[in-house]
Design a protein around this ligand. Structure first.
Ligand SMILES: [Zn+2]
Length: 408
């Protein structure tokens, strides 16, 4: 593969177009060069917004739609998210610490409410271990999230019982890559071995501590260590989209072939708001909503990192308001593992032959096709349902015999 073919394959999958329908030669140079420099870690002019996502919607999708409507009389594509949800949210928590000495708690006492501070000082509650609290609050809203544990900062034996409990209820537990794992295969393999031995399973999801990332080395190391997905690529010290992407993609290997590894680009980290930008709670809340809006505008994935130790603190406690806001938006919400599962099952090819459209395999649960028709065309669906929404149709495949036909 070359860069252009790789970018065409990413755009085709991302936009959910029929297999082979996006010809590499039609992909604009701006998107190919934007992708190539982003994947080398070179900041692009559009890194303040999801620039590559915007280019995929326009001109790529817009041009594909115009061409398909005039040539075939219709355009069909897989919706990005289950139920054709407008965008998705991935909830994640890094577990940097699970306890702090009483002296630290006293020194930072202004961060906590008076009753919690007293309870914390008396040892009645651990203010820095909020895994259970988070899982309870997320579960009550029908959400799951991911927790990433360091393998060498605290005894994993202490966190295993809670990890076992939440995993059994659908939460995702992965590795928070210790220092050095992002550019050393040996360190990564050691961390995976330590984690697996203590936790009783091999981690499939990853986020690097301090978002350390080396564009030449990190993805190949993660791929070789057998990770299913990573969610490290994001900004620390400012708000923005590090590589201009806000949806999952398979990073390329040295020969521009997509890896098995899926990258879920990180969109917002709590400590950027409080530690780097010194925002007030209200400012931090509006910044979060603005970032979410940028993602919604491109049908993207809002991957949120909220440190578990911060959720009772000033700033960190707005997490619950954010969850309520997310619940109101009608978006798809999942852990890293759920997002990865969905993205992989959605890759079932959409096969188009003339005016007949099928799926090459069992339709994944929740898959919706979005259909645009030219004047005078009529859709016919077998093994599925169809409904009109605005100026398009939503088609729900229901079984392996699904077929959609567009008549003159
Ligand atoms: Zn960390």
């Amino acid at each position: 593969m070359d860069a252009r073919t790789y970018v065409a394959s990413v755009a085709e999958e991302s936009l959910g177009l029929a297999a082979g329908s996006l010809k590499p030669e039609t992909v604009p140079d701006e998107l190919v060069s934007g992708f190539s420099s982003a994947l080398r870690g070179e900041a692009t002019a559009g890194a303040e917004g999801p620039l590559l996502e915007r280019l995929m919607l326009s001109p790529v999708l817009a041009a594909a739609r115009d061409a398909a409507l005039s040539e075939d009389g219709y355009l069909v594509r897989k919706a990005r998210w289950p139920g054709a949800a407008p965008f998705a949210v991935c909830l994640t928590h890094d577990v940097d610490n699970i306890s702090r000495p009483r002296s630290h708690l006293w020194r930072t006492r202004s961060r906590f409410s008076a009753p919690e501070l007293v309870a914390g000082l008396l040892g009645l509650v651990s203010l820095y271990d909020n895994v259970k609290l988070l899982a309870k609050g997320e579960g009550s809203r029908g959400f799951h999230s991911s927790f990433y544990y360091l393998s060498s900062n605290y005894p994993l034996g202490a966190v295993r019982p809670e990890s076992d409990r939440i995993r059994a209820s659908g939460w995702d537990v992965g590795l928070h890559g210790d220092f050095g794992t992002h550019d050393s295969q040996e360190k990564m393999d050691e961390a995976v071995t330590r984690f697996s031995g203590a936790m009783g399973f091999r981690p499939t999801g990853l986020r690097e501590h301090y978002l350390r990332f080396d564009f030449a080395k990190s993805w190949p190391i993660m791929e070789a260590a057998g990770f299913d997905y990573d969610t490290t690529v994001g900004t620390n010290d400012r708000l923005g989209f590090k590589i201009g992407m806000a949806s999952p993609f398979h990073p390329p290997d040295g020969a521009w072939s997509p890896m098995n590894l899926l990258e879920l680009p990180l969109v917002l980290m709590d400590t950027t708001l409080w530690g780097y930008l010194k925002r007030s709670e209200e400012e931090g809340f509006s910044d979060s909503l603005r970032m979410m809006k940028d993602v919604e505008d491109v049908e993207g994935l809002f991957t949120l990192l909220w440190h578990q130790e911060a959720v009772r603190m000033k700033g960190g406690r707005i997490y619950w308001r954010l969850l309520d806001e997310i619940a109101r938006r009608g978006c798809f919400v999942g852990s890293g593992a759920e997002i990865s599962r969905w993205w992989r099952s959605r890759s079932t090819p959409l096969v188009k032959r003339g005016n007949l459209i099928r799926l090459d395999g069992q339709p994944p649960h929740g898959l919706v096709l979005r259909l645009n028709l030219a004047e005078g065309r009529t859709p016919r669906v077998s093994s599925g349902s169809i409904e009109r929404r605005g100026d398009e149709y939503l088609v729900r495949p229901e079984g392996p015999d699904f077929a959609l036909e567009v008549d003159h």
